[in-house]
Every structure is written in C-alpha cells, then in structure tokens.
Design a protein around this ligand. Structure first.
Ligand code: SAM
Length: 269
C-alpha cells in the first residue's frame, strides 16, 4: 500500500492537539517532560556516524540535535504540521529530514525496512490501546532487519491522572473518563475534572494546556508486563521484535527505555 504523509496525518485527529503546542514544548514546557542529558546518552547507545536513525516525535529536539552532532543520518517523523515546521525552523537547514507522518500507519514507502535505529521518548504514553499496537508496528516497519528500537515509556499513572481519579471519585463521575480495567484515561471526556485537576506544564498557559489535553483524548497507562506483551505481539508481514534490554531512566520516576531488535520473517519449510 502506498501511504502519503498528508493522507495519514489528516486521519488522526490527535495531531490537532500537538498543532497547539509546537515549539512551546521545548521553549516553555516542563523540563522533566523531556529526556535529560543522561537519558539522551542511553538513547544514543550503539549509534555511530552514518547510522540511519528515525526519531518519532519532533518535540524531542535535544535528542535530534545530539544525533546530528554524532553524524548520524537523521529523519524525524511527526503527525503534527506545526511540530514539523517549528523543528525545521529550529535546526540548521539540511541537517536532517523532517517528514509529516502518523506512526500508527504503515511506514512511508521509501523508509520501510531501512532504519538502523528508531527512537522515541515517552511517545507510547500518548497512545490509546489500538494506537499502541499500531504505533509499535509502525516503528518495526521502519527498521531494517537487526535494527534497534529505543523507546522510553513511563509506567503507571502520571501525577495528573492521580489527581483526576481522586476528583472523579469524589464527584462520583470517575467511570466517565477512566477505565480502571483497560487502564485508559480519556482526557476528552473528563470535562470539569480535567480543568480542576490540571497541573502546570512549565510556563505553558492553562487555556492552551487544557485544549491540548482534551485533544489528546484516550491514553493507555502501562505496567512492565503490558509493554513486554505489546512488543511481543508486534508483527509486520511476519517480521517481529525481540526485547533485548530494559533500562531504568534514573531521574524520571517509573520510566524505562526498552531496547528491541527487528527480526526477519521466518522462512518455513
Ligand atoms: N517526552 C517527549 C519529548 O521529549 O518530546 C514528548 C512525548 S511524544 C515524543 C510527543 C511528540 O510526538 C509530539 O511532537 C507529537 O506531535 C508526536 N506524536 C504524537 N503522536 C504521534 C503519532 N501518532 N505519529 C507521529 N507523531 C506523533
């Protein structure tokens, strides 16, 4: 199937939420939402000059810059037009490719099976259950056989989830926006609970912040076993992912980087 970036981006309505944020994320957002220098070091493990690397998420600008400085051949994919534009404007011209693409869709034709590394920081935390499965398969689709996925994930609930759950319980409306069995938080359905539980995100103004959360809609929360199962279930035309390592992010509570390797389809018979 041929997939154009514009087609795929327009199908995911969550991209509008990120169009509200763009460069505000790295200019004014909470520092702890971005990878620290130590965490960037973990992402960069094993990457050398000339290696083909795709970062999914234009907001992860510091990692993109570190890869460029290392001499890697960097592509950035993001489904938000503003995120792509703001990152292009912030980087030296020609230093990397920035393409509009929704990772929950099949990889762009010219990138499929080509990348030695695919990297993303806490991107999986922005996905619903269906998006998580498709997103990991979109990442696998980019990787060459033997290529590595470095994906960091926050396990469990965020402090703001906990506040929303407490307020929802108090007001007897928790079921409206939180499914405890599926571990799904639906920011779009939380109404006043979201407004009243909102925590600051650096210096981003609260009106923008509220709209951003509402537009993010349904997000799944994970434990370690969920991630192991998610990686294990990934299958793109018989190609799979093998989990190699799980590395704690020292400074970020309950956050780990999962390293997985793309394995070729089995030749039966
Ligand atoms: N902690 C992260 C950081 O340091 O940038 C932020 C989380 S995640 C990487 C956010 C980025 O992913 C945003 O730029 C957003 O537009 C992008 N994004 C979210 N969902 C996406 C999707 N389905 N396809 C492509 N990009 C996506």
């Amino acid at each position: 199937m041929t997939t154009t970036a514009t087609e795929t981006a327009s199908e995911n309505e969550k991209s509008a939420a990120w169009d509200l944020i763009g460069s505000l994320f790295w200019e004014s957002g909470r520092t702890t939402a971005k990878p620290s220098d130590e965490e960037i070091g973990l992402f960069m493990d094993g990457i050398g000059a000339g290696d083909t690397c795709t970062v999914v998420g234009a907001s992860t600008k510091d990692l993109v810059e570190a890869l460029i400085a290392r001499g890697a051949e960097v592509t950035v994919l993001d489904f938000s037009a503003r995120m792509c534009d703001d990152l292009r404007a912030a980087l030296p011209a020609g230093s990397c490719r920035v393409l509009r693409h929704d990772i929950t869709r099949p990889a762009p034709e010219d990138l499929r099976g080509t990348q030695q590394f695919v990297l993303n920081d806490r991107l999986v935390n922005r996905f619903s259950e269906t998006e998580a499965r498709r997103g990991v398969e979109g990442m696998l689709d980019l990787l060459a056989d033997g290529g590595r996925l470095h994906t960091s994930i926050k396990l469990g609930l965020y402090p703001m989830d906990e506040r929303m759950i407490a307020v929802g319980r108090e007001r007897g409306c928790l079921e409206r926006f939180y499914d405890a069995d599926a571990k799904i938080v639906d920011f779009a359905a939380a109404g006043d609970v979201l407004t009243d539980a909102l925590l600051p995100h650096g210096a981003i103004d609260s009106a923008t912040l509220l709209q951003w959360y509402r537009g993010r809609g349904r997000e799944q929360r994970f434990d370690h076993d969920d991630i192991v199962a998610l990686l294990d279930a990934a299958d793109v035309a018989g190609r799979t992912l093998a989990l190699l390592a799980t590395t704690p992010f020292g400074q970020a509570p309950s956050t780990r980087m999962y390293t997985a390797e793309a394995r070729p389809a089995r030749q039966d018979g």
